[in-house]
Design a binder for this molecule. Structure first.
Ligand code: IFM
Length: 458
């Protein structure tokens, strides 16, 4: 069976600066919180870091050629704030010039750029002392300055600018569980941090609108958790509702409705007094956007918290319990539930009525290269199956009425998978980390075929 996508559907691939660029001390780039964190012993698997990554800073032309050869028309990349402003405040013309060349390189190859401004690499200079980083309200203002500078220089050539990528990770993994930079472990910090990220989004959108041409869109990308209660028991249902407030509505409601849910504030009062929320803030956060970017990998199955068992990040009332053996998992341990994507897109459509684009979706594998044959082939059928099923889920959501306008596969090239280091390979293209050679996997060719047909076969 052939299932077509709507005409004009946006097909793309996504990546992020710290995961691919390397060259952390070149071109005037300053250190970021991820440089510091990844060099802290014990934080990253195998002691890996992003110093060299996959050397995209030097190999960007070849990487753009690969995108073009696959017929992928859109590239979601991220700008490294510490490359553009090494101390978070002062412009580094050489850093901005790198992205200028990158964007022109895309256009020269017929690739449309979508820029993300913040994919977690906060300049270290903005995170000094106990109340720095996203604990400081001022960081939101510095972000707006940075947004203006990038928007002014690149905005005329971008399809859209995305303010933040997955602020949930910055707030809850960065300040609650400590799995991400800056590595703090205090749930009470997650809420001021979340608020300041929301403010950064609102102030950033305002700054961008003041410099972008009307044809360039503005968006934000959220990893909304498709929360499912582990049972019909009232306690599990309440835990799931709580997790939805903490993980999802803390971003969605202020950004898209201009208000924090009262329930969220009530249910987190024992952790924080919300004194960081000032009059007028939610109006600032509530800026019109052109589409909401949705990153989906798996749903979150939630039960009530059990004393002594880890809780869902940022809460003490909900626990993520996973699925039973009937649901397969990826090498990350993430359950594979394509229907969760349909449910999520429909929920966002129904509750928030905003145009949607899937800005990330993909699967990690752990292939090793078999060099015995020529040409080298990588038969990642598990990735093809995952993508086929999730693209089917997108079509199901569209058929049921959701306004889904695009899909960006995560990711083009194997790269630095944050706390997991380089073992977990999300790329359509295998990267030999020793030689930095790139080898398209079967999934890259399969995805190219879907894009060419604008349809899913079979
Ligand atoms: O690699 C990450 C990306 O940086 C943000 N979204 C999830 C991906 C896979 O974990």
């Amino acid at each position: 069976m052939t299932r077509p996508f709507p005409e004009g559907f946006v097909w793309g691939v996504a990546a992020a600066a710290y995961q691919i660029e390397g060259a952390v001390a070149e071109g005037g780039r300053g250190p970021s919180i991820w440089d510091t964190f990844s060099h802290t012993p014990g934080k990253i698997a195998n002691g890996d870091n992003g110093d060299v990554a996959i050397d995209h800073y030097h190999r960007w032309e070849g990487d753009l050629d690969l995108i073009a050869e696959l017929g992928i028309a859109n590239y979601r990349f991220s700008v490294a704030w510490p490359r553009v402003m090494p101390d978070g405040r002062t412009l580094n013309p050489e850093g901005l010039a790198f992205y200028d060349r990158l964007v022109d390189g895309m256009l020269a190859r017929g690739i449309t750029p979508l820029a993300t401004l913040y994919h977690w690499d906060l300049p270290q200079a903005l995170d000094q002392g106990p109340n720095g980083g996203w604990l400081a309200r001022e960081t939101a203002e510095r972000f707006a300055d940075y947004a203006r500078v990038v928007g002014e220089r690149l905005g005329d050539r971008l399809s859209a600018v995305t303010t933040l990528n997955e602020p949930w990770c910055s707030a809850y993994l960065g300040y609650g569980s400590g799995e991400h930079a800056p590595g703090l472990t205090d749930n009470s910090l997650c809420y001021p941090v979340a608020h300041h990220l929301n403010l950064a989004h609102g102030l950033g959108v305002q700054a961008l609108r003041s410099v972008l041409p009307a044809t360039t869109g503005v968006s934000v990308t959220l990893n909304i958790h498709q929360v499912v209660a582990a049972s019909e028991e009232p306690a599990d249902r309440a835990a799931a509702r709580h997790a939805d407030l903490v993980a999802n509505r803390i971003w969605l409601d202020p950004m898209l409705r201009g208000v924090y849910p009262d329930e969220l504030i009530e249910q987190t009062r024992h952790l924080t007094d919300w004194s960081f929320l000032r009059d007028g803030d939610t109006q600032l956060i509530h800026q019109p956007i052109d589409f909401l970017g949705v990153n989906y990998y798996n749903p979150a199955r939630i039960a009530t918290a059990v004393p002594g068992r880890p809780t869902f990040p940022g809460t003490d009332r909900a626990r993520g319990v996973g699925y039973g053996p009937e649901v397969p998992v990826t090498v990350m341990g993430w359950p594979i539930v394509p229907s969760g994507l349909t449910d999520l897109l429909l929920r966002l459509h129904k509750d928030y009525g905003v145009p949607l684009q899937v800005t990330e979706n993909g699967i990690a594998t752990q292939e090793t290269l078999d060099r015995s044959g020529a040409p080298i082939e990588i038969h990642d059928t598990v990735r093809i199956d995952y993508l086929r099923d999730h693209l089917g889920a997108v079509l199901d959501a569209i058929a049921a009425g959701a306004d889904v306008r695009g899909y960006y596969e995560w990711t083009l090239l194997d790269n630095f998978e944050w706390a997991w280091g380089y073992d977990k390979r999300f790329g359509l293209i295998h990267v030999d980390l020793e030689s930095q050679e790139r080898y398209p996997k079967d999934s890259a060719h399969w995805y190219a075929g879907v894009i060419a047909a604008n349809a899913l076969e079979g």
